[in-house]
Design a protein around this ligand. Sequence first.
Ligand code: FES
Length: 290
Amino acid sequence: MTTKSPAKPVDERIQKRFDAALYAGGRPSAQTIRNFLNGTWLGEPLHVVLKDVPIGAWTVAMIFDVFDSIGNTREFALAAEASIAVGILGAVGAAATGLADWSDVDPPARKMGLLHGVLNVGATALFTTSLLLRRNKTRAAGRVAAALGYALMTYSAHLGGKMVYKHRVGVDRTDGLVFPEDFTSVLSASELADDWPTRAMHNGVPILLVRRGQRLFAMAETCSHFGGPLSEGKLVDGSIECPYHASRFALEDGRVINGPAVHSQPCLEVRIREGQIEIRKPPLGIRRAS
Ligand code: FES
């Protein structure tokens, strides 16, 4: 008798379908779109920037609505409408970037991210309804729809904050790693094979070592995106690809070549002395590739 494997959670199934749809047009073009939406080119998650547009615009709309309901002033009503329209435009951008980010979010934040997205869709629908009602001269009903949309958006923003501050989505996972100031031995040179990403440890901090012919590279082994172990990734040309979500970092300077990562990897100085591989933090401090 065959036993059925348990059904996958709904958030995982939606995530997989979204991934399949995005890559249907071919991996290179999908990767270019993803790099843009993730904010790989910006060095910060683009979603974090764009989400402020609807939050700000709809907050202003709420204020204009209060003034309008007190004085029944046409100028305030028009200003509220304009703010709602700007917020809707911003919400479209925030949704596209948020969806791209969420497609690589792992549990436990994945479920929360789905709820965050659904609530934002609801808020955007309510603000769109509000705009249509106002255009149909039913301003009072439009104000009610906007207030409901704002309540949804506020709770959703609370969840977004939780995803960042509790689950560390979008946070640089290499932040706070401590590397030695002086050259310190971390591995015997004979243990580092050519073209074989290798993990060494220093005071509990994993270091990625790569030997390519005469050249040696060292960087933080913890992926800046979600903490993936880069030593278990693969070498692609002059870069290392993370085994978790396939971010690629240049060995030369740690810059992000492909997202979803947006923060570069801290690179270290490396040398061989008396058969030992030694690493240290660059004397001028870790410099992040832009
Ligand atoms: S952990 Fe996500 S790409 Fe490395």
